[in-house]
Write a protein that binds this ligand. Sequence first.
Ligand code: E4P
Length: 214
Amino acid sequence: MKFFLDTANIEEIKRVNELGLVDGITTNPSIIAKEGRNFEEVIKEISSMIDGPVSAEVIGLETADMLKEAREIATWAPNVVVKIPMTEAGLRAVNRLSDEGIKTNVTLIFSAAQGLMAAKAGATYISPFVGRIDDIGTEGMDLVKDLKRILTEYQYETEIITASVRNIIHLQDAAVAGADIATIPGSQFPKLWSHPLTDIGIKKFLDDWEKMPK
Ligand code: E4P
């Protein structure tokens, strides 16, 4: 399973990248706005730090605008993936971009039908938003399970990015469901390797060691 970081914060990316754990990055307009930096500049900087795909999202809502932005974004770095919202206009853009060899990540997927349409249009990645589905009282991970079955059954190459990950349970369940990737907020990532019992265990070992006759 691949781990992406869902952040545009350079310090967060550096910290986890030094552990060799980052396979890619996802961003969205909210994540970019949080950094208060120029979009192109920040995506170029991240793309030069990371070997894997870096998703950068278009703002336009019409196919022509999406295509214009996507073609521009795709020139920023060889590992840039263009994020396109899941709409009719978006599907049209994905279809064209796929023909042009531009990689896409179709975002804001909330149903299996949407995921299937995006895969059929030629999306490189699809991003089901698990946390936001949970927020409205439905089991978000069921969507990841359904999409995995569908894409496997019909042999699509499209990869599933489990997005809107809010906690470690989401990540573990995404792995069990067979998601190709989980994209994890920078704030959640350190929780993946931390456990209070590990900290208590280390302290106990050191305390016992100190009690040893010198
Ligand atoms: C990733 O591609 C999404 O933009 C992100 O995971 C959304 O997460 P949120 O629902 O916590 O904003």
